[in-house]
Design a protein around this ligand. Sequence first.
Ligand code: GLU
Length: 318
Amino acid sequence: MPAYRGRFAPSPTGALHLGSAAAALFCAAAVRREGGTLVLRMEDIDRPRVVPGAAEAILDDLAWLGLRWDESAELGGPFAPYVQSERLALYEAAIDDLAARGLVYYCDCSRAEIARVASAPHAGEEGPRYPGTCRPFGMQQRDFRRPPAVRLAVPDDDRAIVTIHDRVLGTYTEHVGAVTGDFVLRRGDGVFAYQLAVVVDDLHMQITDVVRGADLASSSARQILLAKLLRGTPPTFAHVPLLVADDGSRLAKRDKLMALRDHRAAGSDPRALVRAIARAYGHDLGDTDAPLDALAETLDWSRLPRASVRVSAILAHA
Ligand code: GLU
């Protein structure tokens, strides 16, 4: 068994909110329980979405919550750099590797079509599957109508049928070819897609376990497929349910007390907040002064709800 290596991979696109804090807590608790290594990776390749100062603010918030890393940009480590914008050569090499085996192709379909199958992790509905219009042309240079994206040619065989063993969501099977079709690995503007960067990084950093928000659960099958096509071992996933308003509607990050910094500014006790989050996610830690240790000791994935969690369940106890 490889040593347990977990990672938390925030995008510096805004303030850290309670939902991300919950994912980070369960990620850290699992690493602690397994005596593993906790990696902090900053996912900043989508430059237009990056907010100046957000990376530092996220790190401050996570530290306030009591989380400590073993490897990060600040601490260094064997798989540095830990910032995606400094790892572009690795993503390029992965595309070259896939290209050498005929597994990628240029696509100059219109921006609207590309946007529908866009790779941004939080783009919401991902739209219809790409019909494969440009697939027959492979990586051949032609008279492109616009700077072309690079898409993965999802194999037509059984490799496209992926079985996911999610510690929270259970085991299920997805046909990547049927669901998303050939997805983008590098956008026409040259930016590497989240789907590619996250897989290359998780393989290179030897991550064994990914704990993250359920908004990314729909990426699991694509990421497992891509990891295998890159001849790697995909990590095991655990998707932590999202937070919702009492009426079940989506929360906006600007909602009151959604951002961790609001709790800090209000003078809250971070330990109370950790206990409140754990409790809302099925782990009543009592009134312990060391809630992260207590969560590590009692962590039981089967106790996490599979459906969304009401944020009021946290705010009532924080
Ligand atoms: N950077 C992504 C985000 O902030 C998370 C990526 C992941 O955990 O796979 O949503």
